[in-house]
Design a protein around this ligand. Structure first.
Ligand code: SPD
Length: 283
């Protein structure tokens, strides 16, 4: 018998993948978690039945989550917070920056980390307890921010889609808490959904960041074939506009750049240039 996974993206479209087997299925206190082995995309992590990451295309998502924003700093960043991101992909990319002496991963669901460590080693190995630069906290991100003011150089919100528990992660109130938890020149990077299906959400993210006080907000995009529309976006908000824009100076070593599979130095210098239909919607 063939096993096919389907994720509905709109009333008339979706993603269909043939699966070889189910590696894990379980319920945490927060959500249902599945790991399926697919024929085309390798292992795939689902939360409440929705694709969070696949071995085949996770590198594009996680590299774009981290490298465009972090290279906007005017000084090498030292402290970073990841909210969500329990699979470890965003932390893996951050570990490439030698200047980061402390990285905090604040994930609400410990089972996401456990399952990722067991079934997605290529993404989650960095979450090992021997990683001395990393602190893993199992807490609601919104609450964590309230207890940590003026601490981080960069915050990354690697959330699931804006429904249920993750909805608050797209609000002006939450962005304001991020603003207050960062140092003077702090930068916030968030995943901001599909330009094909969620242009209105991207516009709302921009407005909410402006309302929260961010002085400069930019978006970048990239293909992520397993996500709705196969095309994804990230928003980057800077507290201060005194920071430079990428101009050939990067905080990543040549050696680490050489290990990336999607992002290049050339891509970073142009990644905030938007296709016309997105630019128009965000005006
Ligand atoms: N529609 C899926 C959006 C998921 C974005 N976050 C994924 C987390 C991967 N680290």
């Amino acid at each position: 018998m063939e096993l096919w996974f389907t994720e509905k993206h709109s009333s008339g479209s979706g993603l269909v993948l043939r699966c070889n087997k189910t590696l894990f299925s379980g319920n945490s206190d927060i959500q249902r978690i599945d790991v399926l082995e697919t024929e085309e995309f390798g292992r795939m992590l689902l939360l409440d039945g929705l694709v969070m990451t696949t071995e085949r295309d996770e590198f594009i998502y996680h590299e774009m989550m981290v490298h465009p924003g972090i290279n906007l700093h005017s000084h090498a960043p030292e402290t970073a917070l990841v909210i969500g991101g329990g699979d470890g992909g965003t932390v893996r990319e951050l570990m490439r920056y030698n200047s980061l002496r402390k990285i905090v991963l604040c994930e609400i669901d410990s089972m996401v980390v456990e399952v990722s460590r067991q079934f997605l080693p290529g993404i989650s190995t960095c979450l090992s307890s021997s990683n001395s630069r990393l602190e893993v906290v199992f807490q609601d991100g919104d609450m964590f921010l309230s207890d940590n003011r003026n601490v981080f150089d960069h915050i990354f919100v690697d959330s699931s889609d804006p429904a249920g528990a993750a909805e608050v992660l797209f609000s002006a109130g939450f962005y304001r808490k991020c603003f207050d938890s960062m140092r003077k020149d702090g930068i916030l990077s968030v995943q901001s959904e599909s330009p094909i299906y969620h242009l209105d959400l991207m516009a709302r993210v921009r407005e909410a960041m402006m309302e929260a006080g961010f002085a400069d907000i930019r978006f970048c995009t990239a293909p992520v074939p397993s996500y709705p529309g196969g095309f994804w976006s990230w928003a980057v908000g800077r507290k201060s506009i005194s920071n430079h824009l990428p101009s050939g100076r990067f905080f990543l070593s040549e050696e680490e750049f050489g290990k990336l599979k999607y992002v290049t130095q050339d891509l970073l210098t142009s990644c905030f240039i938007l296709p016309a239909f997105i630019r128009k919607a965000l005006r």
